[in-house]
Design a protein around this ligand. Structure first.
Ligand SMILES: [Zn+2]
Ligand SMILES: [Zn+2]
Length: 245
């Protein structure tokens, strides 16, 4: 049976150096529920290290959690990879690790905290997660698809780390599943202001780095479950699935 899901699929945790320490797995899940979201996606910069803990917190508190990662390509373009299967996400993680260099300086960039499902810090990631990988946009999207994931170009309307800021357009032949509009613009405004979005499916997520930002923007879809598989069908308009906003 088809149901409606409010989805905010681009949230950072305290593993991202630029996110607040308050972004622990349990705190995120509780805030998302308070905001009326049905499903969240966890996409830290170049790492899926906190996804399992958020999934556990979600299971306990009754909130669907999709695992993901926000990859920074060599062109400094951010791409979200969203996966139903934890194993596929971990394969993506391994590829990123092989192509990411540099050590974090917490005083300069911020802490990168790995947590358990109760928000206790269990370790600090030492590799610098906000750097660019040596993977091109094409390679990132291709690999996400090979692993069965959904590839979304992050905040294309932003003036940094986006397809439009770095390349100016969507490269020909790039099999991107959707373009994300940041909370700076409504989807309708972005469609008018950025003609490069024409012909692509647009979604909107909060890209929250602080608790209060969670759910400020989200995308509503109809499907049978709050999964990547169903979200993809909604984007394609298959089997009566659809995006509602
Ligand atoms: Zn980003
Ligand atoms: Zn982000």
């Amino acid at each position: 049976m088809l149901a409606t899901f409010h989805a905010d699929l681009h949230l950072h945790t305290c593993l991202s150096p630029c996110a607040e320490e308050e972004m622990g797995p349990l705190a995120i899940v509780r805030q998302a529920k308070k905001k009326g979201l049905d499903v969240i996606g966890i996409c830290d910069h170049n790492s899926a290290g906190n996804v399992a803990a958020v999934r556990q917190a979600g299971r306990r508190e009754g909130l669907a959690v999709i695992g993901g990662v926000e990859v920074c390509s060599e062109e400094e373009v951010h791409i979200l990879g969203l996966f139903d299967e934890q194993e596929s996400l971990l394969n993506m993680q391994r590829l990123i690790e092989e192509n990411l260099h540099g050590e974090n300086n917490p005083e300069l960039f911020g802490q990168q905290s790995l947590c358990d499902q109760n928000d206790a810090v269990v370790a600090r990631e030492t590799r610098l997660l906000i750097g660019a990988t040596e993977l091109s946009v094409d390679e990132v999207v291709e690999k996400i698809h090979q692993l069965g994931g959904l590839a979304v170009a992050s905040h294309v309307d932003r003036e940094s780390f986006s397809l439009f800021s770095q390349l100016g357009f969507v490269p020909r032949g790039l099999q991107i599943d959707a373009l994300e509009i940041s909370p700076l613009h409504s989807v309708a405004e972005a469609g008018d202001s950025f003609p490069q979005t024409k012909g692509y499916r647009l979604v909107s997520f909060s890209d929250a780095h602080r608790l209060e930002e969670i759910g400020t923007t989200f995308t509503t879809f109809r499907g049978i479950s709050p999964s990547v598989k169903e979200f993809r069908k909604a984007l394609l308009g298959e089997d009566e699935r659809e995006i509602l906003n």
